[in-house]
Design a protein around this ligand. Structure first.
Ligand code: PLP
Length: 535
């Protein structure tokens, strides 16, 4: 790659949908450009006077940025580490207040935050987001533009209707986030899955799909939009590195495809499981800048999206709280303008309470504080992942099968063996179900999920024509009745017909439960699984 001088984004407006082209500026919102003038007497907008806002000020106690340790816990067992997280630790807090009226010119105020405004949101929040994007994602072109939205679900919904007409198809990973599919289905915009491996979407499969697209057979033109979750992918947990992203990007340039990068788990990159020399695992205990530079880059980065063909979706759902309903787009200015038009006639700006509280928190913490917070979160999620995987290994005496590739799209897996521990009562069970694999998994390096591939072919009496989803459902019900809820794989399929005849899948989230619940759940899971595979 030759480092090129940064240019403006290329004009990709031929990708806009009919709906998006037809949007005019909301007439009243068009007046907003005059609002900043100090001498202006506005009698135009239907704004309530701020004296009638019942909130005189809002304030809250927020945790300090270094609330969660980034110390290297690898010398301890992950078990004892996690106990500390839930102990009766006294939380250190800092107070955040938003007054109705400003004491200083740049203050965030309720007068502004709770008033009607433009769909671009609070200027102080925009400033913070711009700094974040510039420093962390380092976009490759000059005129990248950010725009607030109300979380990535809203972001994708706005992006897809801005780009796709009814009847079109979009490209996505073979397994993907169900709300992204449910949101497009009523518009008649349907997904086309691309096979995955341990880095996510495969570039050779993508090229094949695009090169061999047969409009007649497929019933629609070649897709020009891709929806992808490249880090801690939901549901498979896999993460795509720089090289693969460049391969995919180059194919998208060749076939003129816009990439919508939905990246809620970007800051939950935690490195390999049980690999002490892994660079990400090591950097997460180092200074914040080393940690940030160890992370897989965004598609926006200066070595990738030089044309401005990526719409990146960021959300504060996993880094602050889902209830904030706050996130942002980063994309070329033409797309940002159309997305803004779509925003101003739907959600308008995100809720003023959420915006002002998050903006005040971030400007109090400052960029360095927020990065430190994110780093602490990554260490937390690493502990959680390690705890769950340790518990599964313990329960199933799992062996690491390094160097073998599973039939699950070329990934190295852990295979559940039925090897009994010395003196274990499982000796009897071993006779009952032999030493067949029950499930495989790829330890995730980011995100919140472990993805299990079930070996239903090893269930005694298994009929080859039995649908994996039927088996999935049977096991799901047994687990639920025993008190453990996990996500059936079928929910995440981009294509009802693409499931292999013998494989079923489950998604387990390690983001929420306490260590006691994990321990209980894994025990129940073990009991139900052994019973199921013995039947
Ligand atoms: N996109 C993906 C891939 C997700 O996994 C999730 C949450 O689970 C979301 C979007 C939802 O994000 P938000 O809360 O910002 O709408």
């Amino acid at each position: 790659f030759q480092y090129q001088e940064k240019r403006k984004a290329v004009d990709l407006s031929h990708h806009l949908s009919d709906l998006s082209r037809a949007r005019a500026t909301s007439p009243l919102k068009g007046l907003a450009r005059y609002f900043g003038r100090p001498d202006l007497i506005s009698l135009a907008g239907g704004m309530p006077n701020e004296a009638y806002f019942p909130f005189a000020a809002i304030s809250g106690d927020a945790l300090v940025p270094d609330s969660f340790s980034i110390a290297d816990s690898q010398s301890e067992s992950s078990l004892s580490w996690l106990w500390k997280l839930f102990g009766s630790r006294k939380e250190k807090t800092t107070s955040v207040t938003i007054p109705k009226y400003p004491a200083n010119k740049d203050d965030i105020t309720l007068k502004v935050a709770l008033q009607y405004g433009t769909a671009t949101g609070l200027p102080q929040l925009q400033k913070f987001i711009n700094e974040l994007v510039e420093k962390i994602y380092q976009p490759a072109y000059l005129d990248w533009t950010i725009l607030v939205q109300t979380g990535n679900t809203d972001g994708w919904s706005r992006a897809v209707t801005t780009l796709c007409n009814p009847g079109e198809a979009f490209i996505t990973e073979d397994w993907t986030y169900p709300s992204a599919l449910a949101g497009t289905a009523p518009y008649g915009i349907h997904p086309v899955g691309v096979l995955m491996d341990d880095q996510g979407m495969r570039s050779d499969e993508l090229r094949k799909l695009l090169a061999e697209w047969d409009e007649g057979a497929r019933g629609c033109k070649r897709p020009h939009v891709m929806y992808t979750v490249p880090v801690g992918q939901n549901p498979t947990g896999v993460t795509m590195g720089l090289e693969r992203k460049r391969e995919i990007y180059d194919i998208c340039v060749e076939y003129d495809v816009i990439i919508v990068e939905d990246d809620p788990y970007y800051f939950l990159q935690m490195g390999s499981y049980a690999a002490k020399l892994d660079p990400v695992s090591q950097a997460m205990h180092a200074d914040p800048e080393s940690w940030l530079s160890s992370l897989a880059p965004s598609y926006l980065k200066y070595v990738i999206d030089y044309q401005g063909r990526v719409i990146r979706l960021d959300t504060f759902s996993k880094t602050i709280a889902p209830g904030a309903r706050l996130g942002f787009f980063t994309c070329n200015p033409r797309f940002a303008e159309r997305l803004e038009r779509a925003g101003e006639v739907s959600t308008q700006a995100p809720c003023g309470f959420g915006q002002s509280l998050v903006a005040q928190l971030l400007t109090t913490w400052k960029y360095d504080g927020y990065v430190r917070w994110l780093q602490g979160l990554a260490v937390q999620y690493k502990s959680r992942r390690d705890f769950l995987l340790d518990a599964l290994r313990e329960e199933f005496d799992m062996q690491m099968s390094i160097g073998t590739t599973s039939s699950w799209k070329g990934c190295t897996v852990y295979t559940a063996s039925s090897k009994p521990r010395a003196g274990s009562t499982r000796m009897l069970e071993k006779r009952a179900y032999g030493s067949k694999a029950l499930f495989s998994l790829v330890p995730p390096t980011s995100g919140m999920f472990v993805w299990l591939k079930m070996h239903f072919e090893n269930v005694p009496g298994f009929q080859p024509d039995e649908e994996p989803s039927t088996m999935e459902l049977k096991l799901f019900v047994k687990l639920a009745e025993a008190g453990v809820l996990i996500g059936p794989g079928r929910y995440f399929s981009s294509d009802e017909d693409n499931a292999s005849p013998v494989d079923g899948h489950f998604r387990i989230a390690f983001s929420y439960a306490s260590e006691e619940d994990f321990t209980k759940a894994v025990k129940i899971f073990g009991e139900v699984m052994r019973e199921f595979f013995k039947e």
